[in-house]
Write a protein that binds this ligand. Structure first.
Ligand SMILES: [Zn+2]
Length: 381
């Protein structure tokens, strides 16, 4: 398929606005929670959503964020001994530490992954820093859930495993530093608008923040742009439920925006549909629950003529914005074209080829909402 051709050939026009909004978000740059760029993105989104939902507004929460500067991790006595590493989101800071590595158990990340964890200990045996190895992948920033103990905590990729193991054996000294700090006065900006006026609502959500090393084209500027497009297309439907369009901030930082919004939300909610990650592959992961809700989704996806291979995960893994709603007992569904190779990396950039899955996910979301009885094509009974 040639360039943009595949996109146009699908016979479904009108994705130009989505493409523009997607680019608009990417062009702002890295958008970590608490950053000036992220505020810029929230301003951009409220303006765009305002064209669709007259009540579009920012829902702002006072919340401490975390900021990272420079860092380094490597072997002290060998030249070229740098390790490719990223501080975890929320890692402690250190002007400089040094010590020897020893196995320190496991780090459970997002309640989804359990990865080997090593401690850097000084001659007295005191732990000065931690290093977690991401199993089967490269180093990326991820949220730290081990508590704000104040110590630096790095992630390295599978490619560094052998050097780490050798260092444990040989007692080679490892050292480094991390510039990082909490920003106590920061704010979390969700962008919210609604359509329709039924008592019960459906929440459609997507996050627009990124981790600190990427512009996040696939994760999740693509989901946010697809969500806006979905909202725009609701014009041609009768809304049997009110539809809340929720663009969240702080997803990468332990779902801060969705948690804050969900905690104060007392409205009757039929379901939450979350779009997080629209990558290049054809596997559509469906994270949903309870199973009774998943069965309805399956019935729809089974008969869809779109091209994709669904993979169902139930109960839904907790690593995205649907999680607080599911904990409340609300049926949820997250759709993602996962793209682990570029997740949380500087390589997650604008690429025309991603647009095909973005338009696919818009059509699937609308079709699913229709199947679930939330919306109805105007002119049909
Ligand atoms: Zn995401």
């Amino acid at each position: 398929m040639r360039g943009e051709g595949g996109f146009k050939e699908m016979g479904d026009s009108g994705f130009e606005e989505m493409k523009k909004e997607w680019k608009g978000l990417i062009d702002i740059g890295c958008k970590p929670f608490g950053s000036a760029n992220l505020i810029r993105a929230a301003d951009y989104l409220v303006e765009r959503l305002g064209r669709i939902c007259p009540d579009a507004a920012q829902d702002v929460y006072e919340m401490p964020a975390w900021e990272v500067g420079d860092w380094s991790l490597g072997f002290v006595d060998s030249e070229g001994g740098e390790l490719k590493a990223y501080p975890f989101l929320g890692s402690g800071a250190s002007d400089g530490f040094e010590g020897r590595l020893r196995f320190a158990g496991y780090n459970r990340v997002w309640n989804m992954y359990v990865w080997d964890r090593y401690a850097v200990t000084d001659p007295e045996g005191e732990i000065k820093a931690y290093v977690t190895i991401r199993e089967g992948g490269g180093a990326i920033p991820q949220m730290l859930f081990t508590g704000t103990g104040g110590l630096p905590h790095f992630m390295v990729g599978e490619e560094e495993r052998s050097r780490i193991l050798e260092a444990v054996e040989s007692g080679a000294r490892i050292g480094g530093f991390v510039q990082a700090k909490m920003q106590p006065d920061s704010r979390c900006y969700d962008v919210v608008g609604s359509l329709g006026d039924a008592d019960e609502k459906v929440v459609l959500c997507a996050h627009f923040d990124t981790v600190y090393n990427t512009t996040g084209a696939y994760d999740n500027a693509a989901g946010a742009a697809a969500l806006l497009e979905t909202a725009r297309r609701l014009k041609t439907y009768r809304l049997k439920k009110r539809v809340e369009i929720l663009l969240t901030d702080g997803e990468e930082f332990d779902l801060r925006g969705a948690r804050a919004r969900c905690a104060k939300d007392q409205e009757k909610t039929a379901a939450v549909i979350n779009l997080d990650g629209v990558g290049r592959e054809n596997i559509l992961e469906v994270w949903s629950g309870p199973e009774s809700f998943e069965r309805k989704i399956r019935t729809y996806l089974d008969k869809s003529r779109e091209e994709f291979t669904p993979v169902y995960i139930c109960p839904p893994p907790p690593g995205s914005d649907h999680a607080p709603y599911f904990e409340k007992g609300i049926p949820v569904c997250m759709l993602t074209f996962n793209d682990q190779g570029i997740l949380h990396t500087p390589e997650d950039v604008y690429e025309e080829s991603k647009l095909a899955n973005m338009s696919k996910i818009v059509r699937l979301t609308l079709g699913l909402m229709e199947h679930l009885g939330f919306i109805e094509k105007i002119g049909e009974q």
